[in-house]
Design a binder for this molecule. Structure first.
Ligand code: ZN
Length: 286
């Protein structure tokens, strides 16, 4: 039997109520619902103002548990790769201003042109661009003191969002590229992996631990949309208590960040209801 999680470790990834509220209202909502952690997205921060958002989060007493997101390294030419690099450096600067503990990386898939059309089938080449892109960015990130957290994404996103699809691949990149790099474990993406426990332990076995963030939601059956049909904890098939027990056993003491993209359900509800349900389900189901 796994203990209930510490309610103080609940964090809200702001994507969960992004359709209903802008960032300032999300911050106020977290305070109202006694959710102590928050993980904002760049577009929402830009809309509300970087300095203003950082100040508001601080004034609210919230802990930033990650900044979403950098990455998207593969590109069709040098110029586009350079633009991605520059944008990622800006993301690191923003993460510093916000006091984030890490910048989450969604690494990108096959190279796309400026219209978003995939122009290559070279998956191995895309993975090399990811490795090289993270390597370049790490030099800046280390100097800034901002850890980078690779988020392995479910293989259904390999073409268009991330060609790092397993914890093992993320751990391999950490082995190769060294200090300043870790992993964001998102159950939605890795729950199916037969090597998940082993790879969590491998990530935790490094010094310092590579376990930089833990994202929770649930996998619905059937899933009706590849991106925007994530479930609330307890509504799907992921053994969330088991996976958290592995994180706990590896001395992960960070936040449990609820991240739910849900076009037809949670994005349509009263956001105060969504946050209230998050609190309850975090305790009961994760
Ligand atoms: Zn995530």
């Amino acid at each position: 039997m796994v203990d209930e999680p510490d309610a103080g470790l609940l964090s809200l990834n702001t994507a969960t109520v992004r359709k209903q509220w802008p960032l300032p209202q999300i911050i106020d909502g977290c305070v109202r619902h006694d959710i102590r952690g928050i993980s904002p997205w760049r577009d929402q921060v830009a809309a509300a103002g970087l300095k203003e958002s950082a100040q508001r989060i601080r004034d609210s007493g919230l802990t930033v548990t990650g900044y979403c997101r950098g990455g998207m390294f593969p590109a069709i030419d040098r110029e586009a790769r350079r633009a991605a690099h520059d944008d990622n450096r800006r993301a690191i600067d923003e993460a510093l201003t916000l006091g984030a503990p890490c910048l989450v990386l969604v690494v990108g898939g096959l190279p796309q042109d400026r219209d978003g059309v995939i122009r290559s089938k070279d998956l191995a080449g895309a993975r090399e661009m990811v490795r090289d892109g993270i390597g370049d960015l790490l030099e800046y990130a280390r100097g800034a003191g901002m850890p980078l957290a690779i988020e392995p994404l479910h293989p259904m996103y390999a073409a268009d969002r991330a060609c790092v699809n397993t914890m093992a691949h993320a751990n391999d990149l950490c082995d190769e590229l060294g200090a300043g790099l870790g992993i964001a474990v998102d159950v939605y993406h890795v729950w199916w992996d037969p090597n998940l426990k082993r790879e969590i332990e491998r990530a935790a076995g490094s010094t310092p631990s590579r376990l930089l963030a833990y994202h929770i939601c649930d996998w619905l059956v059937p899933t009706t949309d590849l991106l925007t049909d994530r479930g609330m904890m307890g509504d799907g098939v992921i053994d969330l208590k088991l996976i958290r027990s592995w994180m706990d056993a590896c001395d992960y003491r960070g936040f449990h960040e609820v991240e739910i993209f849900s076009a037809n359900n949670w994005w349509k509800r009263d956001p105060d209801e969504v946050l209230a349900v998050c609190r309850v389900r975090h305790q009961e189901c994760s």
